[in-house]
Design a protein around this ligand. Structure first.
Ligand SMILES: Nc1nc2c(ncn2[C@@H]2O[C@H](COP(=O)(O)OP(=O)(O)OP(=O)(O)O)[C@@H](O)[C@H]2O)c(=O)[nH]1
Ligand SMILES: [Zn+2]
Length: 224
C-alpha cells in the first residue's frame, strides 16, 4: 500500500481557524492539504482496513467488510466535519429592535466531541450566554457554533475558548460566557476507568469576567 500523504492542492479555501488567534487554533499541518471528502474517505478506509487486519480481524466477514469505509465516512462527514472551514456556520445578526438588554442564555446544548489524545468521544453539554448590544443572533446559530468546534479532535479547554472567541467575533461583543460540562470516554472506559467524574470548563469575556454577580446569575440560570 502507498502510505504517503497525498500532495497538497494549490489554491482553494484557506485552512480552518485563520480568524482565531494563533494560540486558539486547532493544530493543523502548515500545508493543510485540501483533499475532497471522497479522497479523504478513500484514504482513511485503506488505513482503517489495515488497523483491523493488524488486530487479526477477518475482513471477509460480511459484518466487518464494510467497517473501514463506515468509519472513514463517520470521521470525515460527522465526527470531524468541523475541520472543514466550509462548515463554519454562517451567523447572521438581526437588529435588536426590541432593545433586549439582559443576558441571553442558551443552555444544555448537546455536545459531541472527540478526545484528540485517544480518539474516543467526549459527551456533554455546553451553556453559552451573551449580553446583546445593537444586534441579536438567531438562537440556533449558538448551537451551530458549538457543534462546529466540537466536531473535531479536541481538548475541552481549547474547545471552550474557541467557542467563546467565535461568539465574540460574530456577535461583536466581548460580553460572552461559555461553560462546558462533559464526560470523557478516555477517562471512563480505559486508563483510570472513572465513570463518575466529569469535567467543567468556563470562559468569561468582558463584563462576565469583571462582574461576579453577573457570573453568579449565569451559573444560576444554567442550574449550577
Ligand atoms: N487537559 C485535558 N486533558 C485531557 C483531555 N482529554 C483527555 N485528556 C488527558 O490527556 C492525558 C494524556 O495523558 P498520557 O499520560 O499521555 O496518556 P495515558 O497514558 O493514556 O493517560 P491515562 O488516561 O492516565 O492512562 C490524560 O490524562 C487524559 O485524561 C482534555 O480535554 N483536556
Ligand atoms: Zn482522551
Amino acid at each position: 500500500m502507498d502510505n504517503s500523504v497525498p500532495a497538497p492542492a494549490t489554491g482553494g479555501t484557506p485552512p480552518a481557524d485563520t480568524h482565531l488567534s494563533a494560540d486558539l487554533r486547532t493544530p493543523l499541518r502548515s500545508d493543510a492539504f485540501q483533499l475532497t471528502d471522497e479522497e479523504k474517505i478513500a484514504g482513511i478506509t485503506e488505513h482503517f482496513r489495515e488497523i483491523m487486519q493488524l488486530l487479526g480481524l477477518d475482513l471477509t466477514d460480511d459484518s466487518l467488510a464494510g467497517t473501514p469505509r463506515r468509519v472513514a465516512k463517520m470521521y470525515v462527514q460527522e465526527w470531524f466535519r468541523g475541520l472543514s472551514p466550509e462548515h463554519r456556520p454562517d451567523v447572521r445578526l438581526f437588529d435588536n429592535r426590541y432593545q433586549y438588554q439582559q443576558m441571553l442564555v442558551e443552555r444544555d446544548i448537546t455536545l459531541f466531541s472527540c478526545c484528540e489524545h485517544h480518539f474516543v468521544p467526549i459527551i456533554g453539554k455546553a451553556h453559552v450566554a451573551y449580553l446583546p448590544g445593537e444586534h441579536v443572533v438567531g438562537l440556533s446559530k449558538l448551537n451551530r457554533v458549538v457543534q462546529y468546534y466540537a466536531r473535531r479532535p479536541q481538548v475541552q479547554e481549547r474547545l471552550t475558548r474557541q467557542i467563546a472567541e467565535e461568539l465574540k467575533q460574530t456577535l461583536h461583543t466581548d460580553n460572552v460566557a461559555v461553560l462546558i460540562e462533559a464526560d470523557h470516554l478516555c477517562v471512563m472506559s480505559r486508563g483510570v476507568n472513572d465513570t463518575s467524574s466529569s469535567t467543567l470548563t468556563a470562559e468569561y469575556g468582558g463584563v462576565f469576567g469583571e462582574d461576579a454577580a453577573l457570573r453568579a446569575e449565569f451559573l444560576r440560570l444554567i442550574g449550577k
